[in-house]
Design a protein around this ligand. Structure first.
Ligand code: SAM
Length: 208
């Protein structure tokens, strides 16, 4: 998607992807896949509460988010005053154990021990997903948790896009499905009108 698409979504408050609770798949599978990993990357992080939760598990957490509105809201809503400084092409907003890098994910440098991807890969159209996976794999040496949606793409335009099992395995060789939940009823209450939709979480092996 164009940068302007996301900036407009944040500017007009159309952020239906934002959850007011910590993601339950993260909480269920963290111990097996991410626990003990030092530096955890959260790409395309919005103002997700998962960031604070990961910090509280003892990780050094780094989120990357395009929209300054989201980064500002993340700290304001927590009542935290961040330190702000330039870091290459990005702007780093930091507090104890947690940094949000405001800017384009594709400008991210540095190395990470793990990744939590919820609503990041699925936010991107197909050609960008290849670029995203390549850049992610170049930055992370370790493990990851990835959440995807599986639904008939012809029934609805993304984002979020359907990212099916074959594509996940081609983008991330060794990806291992951990849990699949059927969420059709809950999603259709939000007016999506899909014949079926499943949410799936994968363990990623990004060791290099
Ligand atoms: C669907 S939202 C998901 C946010 C978050 N992961 C969550 O679970 O609430 C996708 C986010 O990615 C951000 N974004 C889109 N393209 C980006 C890019 N190239 N670099 C950094 N952030 C980006 C958008 O501003 C938006 O906040």
């Amino acid at each position: 998607m164009e940068r302007s698409f996301w900036l407009q979504r944040w500017a007009s408050g159309r952020i239906g992807f934002h959850n007011s609770e910590v993601n339950s798949l993260l909480q269920r599978h963290h111990e097996a896949v991410l626990a003990g990993r030092g530096r955890v990357l959260v790409p395309l992080c919005g103002k997700s509460l998962d960031l604070w939760w990961l910090r509280d598990q003892g990780h050094e957490v780094v989120g990357v988010e395009l929209a300054e509105t989201a980064v500002r809201a993340f700290f304001e809503e927590a009542g935290v005053e961040p330190r702000v400084r330039s870091e290459g092409a990005l702007t780093a907003w930091s507090t104890e154990g947690l940094t949000l890098l405001q800017g384009d994910f594709f400008d991210l440098t540095g190395r990470f021990d793990a990744v939590w991807d919820r609503a990041a890969l699925v936010a991107l159209p197909p050609p960008l997903r290849v670029r995203y996976a390549q850049h992610l794999r170049s930055r992370v040496d370790g493990t990851g948790l990835l959440v995807t949606f599986d639904y008939p793409q012809a029934e609805r335009d993304g984002p979020p896009f359907a990212v099916l099992d074959d594509e996940v395995r081609s983008l991330f060789p060794g990806a291992r499905p951990l849990e699949t939940q059927e969420i059709t009823e809950a999603i259709n209450q939000r007016g999506w009108g899909l014949s079926h939709i499943e949410e799936r979480v994968y363990a990623l092996d990004l060791s290099q």
